[in-house]
Design a binder for this molecule. Structure first.
Ligand SMILES: C[S@@+](CC[C@H](N)C(=O)[O-])C[C@H]1O[C@@H](n2cnc3c(N)ncnc32)[C@H](O)[C@@H]1O
Length: 255
């Protein structure tokens, strides 16, 4: 692989450090038969992230972390590959693979540049993975290259609205005020945090997806259930019941 870009190198070091904090959540998610999505664990029966028939399909998880989504896909009969930028996260994923006797390729690499031939997959998914931490102008065209015509891309990330309302201080929840301009938003370097995130206006996502050969099929604003619990401090349930704090994009590769 070519030399790492600055944001990829920074996110690699950041996620190698954070990996320990994701072990328990990864173990819980691997143990679940039914998928539950995002920070509020919205059940698959409600959100229908896997709207496709996935059995027998070739699937890739972009920024798989501990690879519990890959495990869910594998149990549904998909031939899945997980790629992640952090060897420490993949260490947990490999241990859980052995524990559950599920064997699928786990690749250490950057989802912006994946060593697979064109049109290798029918389904690509990212939950707070490449869709949050990789450069959209690099990972979206790469996902398009890897998908066969008719293939589907699904990703779940922070809502744009919540990103506008996030105080810069770590551990402080989203406010009811718009704290930064929407226009021009792309890369965010939160003060005092070594990680690099990417957040786009909805119109920018749509144009990028369409330019890359996708048709947008859906944009689902996630609403947690009354009483839902999250381990993350960046948004309260009261906030998330009123405004979307997460969004799921579904796009179809058309050409
Ligand atoms: C929050 S985890 C996502 C996994 C899981 N869905 C979760 O929510 O815990 C974010 C993952 O994205 C990975 N990541 C960040 N940048 C990436 C890139 N350019 N390519 C592949 N993976 C990347 C990180 O290493 C990390 O494991």
């Amino acid at each position: 692989m070519s030399e790492l870009l600055e944001h990829v190198a920074r996110n690699r070091a950041y996620w190698d450090d954070l990996a320990r904090q994701y072990v328990e959540a990864g173990e819980r998610a691997w143990a679940q038969e039914e998928p539950a999505w995002g920070i509020w664990h919205v059940p698959e029966a409600e959100l229908q992230v896997f709207s496709e028939q996935l059995s027998g399909k070739d699937a890739i998880e972009l920024g798989c972390g501990t690879a519990y989504i890959s495990a869910w896909l594998s149990r549904r009969g998909a031939r899945v590959v997980g790629i992640d930028n952090s060897e420490a996260q993949l260490g947990t994923a490999r241990r859980l693979q052995r524990q559950y006797g599920l064997d699928f390729p786990l690749i250490h690499g950057d989802a912006e540049e994946i060593a697979y031939p064109d049109a290798s997959f029918d389904f690509a998914i990212s939950e707070y993975g490449a869709c949050l931490w990789a450069d959209p102008h690099r990972w979206v065209p790469e996902a398009a290259r890897l998908l066969r015509p008719g293939g589907q891309l699904v990703f779940l990330t922070n809502s744009f609205l919540m990103t506008l309302c996030m105080p810069p201080d770590e551990g402080v929840a989203a406010t009811e005020r718009l704290l930064r301009p929407a226009f021009g938003m792309y890369r965010i370097d939160w003060p005092g945090n070594p990680g690099v995130e990417f957040h786009l206006l909805h119109g920018d996502w749509i144009r990028l997806l369409r330019r890359s050969g996708f048709e947008v099929e859906d944009l689902i604003e996630v609403r947690p259930a009354v009483g839902a619990i999250s381990r993350y401090p960046f948004v309260t349930l009261e906030w998330a019941r009123q405004w979307p704090c997460e969004e799921v994009w579904k796009a179809r590769k058309t050409h």
